[in-house]
Write a protein that binds this ligand. Structure first.
Ligand code: SAM
Length: 303
């Protein structure tokens, strides 16, 4: 179904299924001896959602190797690079003394449980109610213990989420490390701007933010269509062309820079090589342009 204002989902439907898809990739990359990432809960979370295709991906039972666009090695590299980028971001932020973290659109992200957080760190996770409740319940049933003071915040990011976050104990005077991993493309352009405005307003000096960098040349229907066809070749029923808001939007890089953030961009090719992987195939790179990852720091509140 196409997107609409105020639409909702669980982890098996609409945008929620994309969270299960990413968790299935993390489960796949966590398999075997000496895996390049280790998400000990991803496979169990994917099994609990129960979507057959994602369970098979998580179990390594789908053969992506011959895929002409995005083969198995590229897929594993992609999730490793992405996971480490945001893991490293949080590790560096806490090493610099930040003790408040916010995971926007947390989906089936288990960082609050699996990362080494300094003892006094508070980690807020924000996502839609059905997503937050599901993950909290399944991890509780598994006996998983948060490794930080985890606060689950069930709210839609197109609504007045700062009020709900503040009610959960967020301190706007403490520097914060924010991540928005796999989120912006699922927000309408004006909701992206509002999100970045809210983050800026809630960020004390010294705050940091990491998210994807999206090259505007990549915002064509083609990108979503090619990725959708690639998933469907292997049995996925997710249709990204119906889930992305792929029209024109402000670039997060420019928008944040105008509001006083210092920006650092790592393109996908740079991110792959930084982690010791070969850059993806030219066809894939041509599709995503210079998209990659963005991190930013705010040294003073904008006046
Ligand atoms: C691709 S998944 C990414 C999940 C997680 N960040 C990760 O990388 O594993 C997209 C996530 O964005 C969340 N999301 C998208 N739009 C949202 C909104 N308006 N409000 C709250 N959550 C939203 C979805 O529920 C889903 O969990």
């Amino acid at each position: 179904m196409a997107r609409s204002e105020g639409d909702t989902w669980d982890l098996a439907s609409s945008v929620g299924a994309t969270a299960t898809s990413v968790a299935a990739s993390r489960a796949l990359a966590s398999r075997g001896p000496n895996p390049p990432i280790h998400d000990p809960y991803a496979a169990a979370l994917v099994r609990a959602v129960g979507t057959d295709y994602f369970v098979r991906v998580a179990e390594g039972a789908v053969d992506f190797d011959e895929d002409p666009l995005f083969d198995g090695d590229t897929m594993r590299a992609q999730i490793v690079v992405r996971t480490r980028y945001f893991d490293d971001f949080f590790a560096e932020a806490t090493a610099a003394g930040i003790r408040q973290a916010v995971i926007l659109a947390s989906g089936l992200d288990t960082r609050a449980y699996r990362m080494d957080w300094p003892a006094d760190t508070v980690v807020f996770e924000i996502d839609q109610p059905a997503v937050i409740e599901f993950k909290t319940r399944v991890l509780g049933d598994l006996g998983a213990e948060p490794a930080a003071d985890r606060r689950a915040v069930a709210v839609d990011l197109r609504e007045d989420w700062p009020a709900v976050l503040t009610a959960a104990g967020f301190d706007p005077d403490a520097p914060t490390a924010w991540i928005a991993e796999g989120l912006l493309i699922y927000l309408p352009p004006d909701a992206q701007d509002r999100l970045l405005d809210h983050i800026t307003a809630l960020s004390a000096p010294g705050s940091r933010l990491a998210t994807e960098h999206m090259d505007s040349r990549a915002f064509t229907g083609d990108w979503a269509r090619k990725l959708t066809e690639r998933g469907q070749r292997h049995g996925s029923s997710v249709d990204l062309t119906k889930l992305f808001y792929s029209g024109e939007r402000n670039s997060a890089r420019d928008y944040l820079a105008e509001r006083g953030w210092q920006i650092s961009i790592r393109t996908t090719a740079q991110a792959y090589t930084a982690q010791g992987y070969e850059a993806p195939k030219d066809e894939l790179l041509a599709m995503i342009g210079d998209s990659g990852y963005l991190s930013a720091e705010l040294s003073a509140r904008p006046t």
